[in-house]
Design a protein around this ligand. Structure first.
Ligand code: PMP
Length: 326
């Protein structure tokens, strides 16, 4: 018989899939590390499990405890899976920008969900960062995960995602392109790949309204770069500890409109039903095309599944309301 002992054992070992029509103008091979095959439908299952198991090993998370996280949904889903299988309670604190589907899914997995305003400063007591921190001091036997600063986030990608990409490309990868939020994916994968071959270039995809690109280029944390944006999952108004700027060669910024349109194009032209940051990531690859030559192997990572965005980018009324289509 061939079976996993529980759903957590199915995390990782996701497929690598060639992108065809959308990148036909590029001279090189473009491959997608297709993370929706994880049981929670996103790459975040990997780091969620790593953070929980490292907290258990360190004695920070104890039997019957409550896991608390400020999460845009995918990390919450990964943590909820781990909580169900391992017998913990789960609280997710999220911002009101997130799709209703994400909230419904977390509740379906037995999580309690608190919704906080998006457009307040991170240190405002109403922000989701502050609320998650406060709850963790009020609720006994609870653990605040803090994916932005938790080193197990980056470690998960260094131990699993990075080695899988290296093996699946037979060591031929030349460029890695990925959206950046907490920074765990780019930092862990980037570090592993550059240890195997220091010539590999690592590019981050950022969004307008986020601080990463300017900070990487100038070393200045410029508050003028911060304003509300629509793209989900990438960009920040803080500098998370998990972003290792030294292993990143550069950032490219993708507009909300392009991210939405390319999310739809991935579905209709490649049969890839993916989340909003995948649209940003593939548009990022196209924006970087001057860096690629014939023999290059470009790997782009797709973080999450389209089902979480059916009421948004995949909905024509929503697209018209935002001015993204006629
Ligand atoms: N895309 C989506 C949909 C996400 O949920 C996240 C995590 N915030 C990212 C991209 C960015 O990944 P990371 O946090 O590892 O930088």
């Amino acid at each position: 018989m061939d079976y996993a002992n529980n759903i957590l054992e199915t995390i990782g070992n996701t497929p690598m899939v060639k992108i065809n029509t959308l990148v036909s103008e590029l001279p090189c091979l473009v491959l997608a590390k297709y993370e929706t095959f994880n049981p929670g439908n996103s790459v975040k299952d990997r780091m969620a499990l790593q953070m929980v198991e490292d907290a258990e090993a360190a004695g920070i998370l104890k039997p019957g405890g409550t896991i608390i996280e400020g999460t845009s949904g995918n990390t919450g889903m990964g943590l909820a899976l781990a909580a169900v299988v391992k017998g913990y309670k789960m609280i997710c604190v999220i911002s009101d920008k997130q799709s209703k589907e994400k909230i419904d899914i977390l509740q379906a997995m037995g999580s309690k969900v608190y919704v906080c305003p998006t457009d307040v400063a991170p240190d405002d007591p109403r922000s989701y960062y502050s609320t998650a921190k406060r709850l963790s001091t009020e609720i006994p036997n609870s653990w605040y995960v803090n994916q932005y600063e938790n080193p197990s986030n980056t470690k998960a990608h260094y131990l699993t995602t990075g080695p899988e990409i290296w093996k699946q490309t037979d060591g031929k990868i030349t460029h890695f392109v990925v959206g950046v939020g907490t920074g765990g994916t780019i930092s862990g994968v980037g570090k592993y790949l550059k240890e195997q071959n220091p010539n590999i270039k690592v590019w981050g995809v950022d969004t307008y309204g986020s601080v990463f690109k300017k900070y990487h280029e100038t070393g200045i944390f410029d508050e003028n770069e911060i304003y509300p944006y629509i793209t989900e999952g990438i960009g920040e108004d803080i500098l998370p500890k998990n972003v290792d700027f030294d292993i990143i060669d550069g950032f490219t910024k993708v507009t909300d409109k392009d991210a939405a349109i390319y999310t739809r194009r991935l579905a209709r032209e490649e049969g890839m039903f993916l989340g909003n940051s995948a649209g940003a990531a593939i548009k990022g690859v196209l924006q970087l095309q001057e860096h690629f030559t014939k023999d290059d192997v470009v790997v782009v990572l797709f973080h999450d599944h389209g089902s979480r965005y059916v009421g948004k980018m995949f909905n024509d009324d929503w697209m018209r309301e935002k001015g993204f289509i006629e």
